[in-house]
Design a protein around this ligand. Structure first.
Ligand SMILES: [Zn+2]
Ligand SMILES: [Zn+2]
Ligand SMILES: [Zn+2]
Length: 351
């Protein structure tokens, strides 16, 4: 049985739109109930109700709100009076209240309903909620529904709601499938971005390591004027140190390098060149091989496109170096690239 949302008004005014605070109208519900309410309060809460009330003739005092359960209308009116609504009511009538808040333009109720419906989203109700979000122009709810459908599509496909949607709303089905495609594309882009970030951090560390080997010297390689280290255990400073030292030693003696036929030497060449591109030491003091030569050549790259790619790589490595030096946490990477892949993917400069 429907009751009045507040204490029922005691007396009626003959004129609904006479400006009287006490003017009463009756909300007619689907259960043929007539719930009395103050015209002024309804008009203040909803521009739509205000316009309906303005158009009421003085003999007419009824505003029909049909199509939703009587109790939902009661909760709706109570919200208009008190700006409040219990969790239990929201759970029971959230869908209807969202529709009412949309139709009668009551944004605070719409926000409340959207939040509550988002909190109750589940595989079983997500398709219905999406349709409602679309009808009621509730973008937050719409997006949450799309995301849930996109991440749990297999399960959603099994629901009754999905079957109904396929039979009755092919446009929405298409919209969902397109969203899923776009989401997959976004995920791929994010993965690629993380892999690239990983690459720049690895190159930045390789640059630090190269500097460390060529200035301090490490287990088997060091500057010519420094005695090799007596310690023979693997370097603990950089994970790449051992490998880089082997590559430097190989670079120094490789016969194929001269004709550009050695892939290992090409990579080492690129690392020396990358060092030179980011090196800030004066030519006379830097001890990294070829640094001075690369700088003197002005790092000529004949190909403009290649030059642009190289510049981009240098910029990214410099940024990664700056981030590392600030000791910001490095990002987790799903599939870190090897240094070799990193260089191969980015540049191809002949020896
Ligand atoms: Zn080392
Ligand atoms: Zn070689
Ligand atoms: Zn240098």
């Amino acid at each position: 049985m429907c009751r009045s949302p507040v204490s029922p008004p005691h007396h009626d005014s003959d004129h609904v739109n006479d400006g009287s605070v006490q003017a009463i109208v009756y909300i007619l519900t689907s259960g043929r109930r007539r719930i009395p309410a103050h015209a002024k309060i309804l008009a203040a809460a909803s521009p739509v109700l205000e316009s309906v009330i303005d158009r009421l003739r003085s003999s007419e005092k009824t505003i029909p709100i049909l199509g939703v359960p009587c109790e939902a209308v009661e909760v709706f009116l109570r919200f208009i009076y008190s700006n409040r609504c219990s969790e239990e009511e929201m759970e029971k009538f959230g869908i209807h209240l969202l529709a009412l808040s949309h139709v009668y333009l009551i944004p605070q109720l719409k926000r409340r309903c959207t939040k509550a419906l988002i909190g109750r989203l589940a595989i079983e109700n997500v398709v219905d909620a999406l349709q409602l979000a679309r009808l009621c122009d509730a973008p937050d709810l719409y997006l949450k529904c799309m995301k849930l459908i996109s991440t749990s599509f297999k399960a959603v496909e099994e629901t009754e709601g999905w079957g109904f949607l396929q039979d009755n709303d092919p446009y929405l089905e298409l919209e969902i499938l397109k969203f899923i495609d776009d989401a997959e594309l976004r995920r791929k882009r994010t993965r690629k971005h993380l892999q690239e970030q990983s690459l720049y951090f690895q190159l930045s560390e390789a640059m630090d390591c190269l500097h460390h080997i060529c200035t301090e010297g490490c287990t088997s390689v060091g500057p010519f004027d420094k005695e090799p280290s007596k310690i023979r255990t693997p370097c603990s400073k950089y994970s790449t140190c051992e490998g880089l030292q082997h590559s430097i030693k190989h670079f120094a003696i490789c016969k194929k390098r001269v004709n550009g036929g050695c892939v290992r030497c090409k990579r080492m060449w690129q690392l020396f060149k990358l060092h030179s591109s980011i090196c800030e030491s004066p030519d006379t003091t830097c001890r990294v091989p070829l640094c001075k030569q690369f700088k003197m050549k002005g790092q000529q790259v004949k190909n403009k496109k290649e030059e642009a790619r190289w510049g981009l790589l240098v910029g990214k490595v410099v940024a990664a170096k700056a981030i590392s030096s600030l000791s910001l946490p490095k990002r987790e990477h799903e599939q870190p690239m090897s240094l070799r892949d990193a260089m191969n993917n980015h540049v191809s400069v002949a020896c």
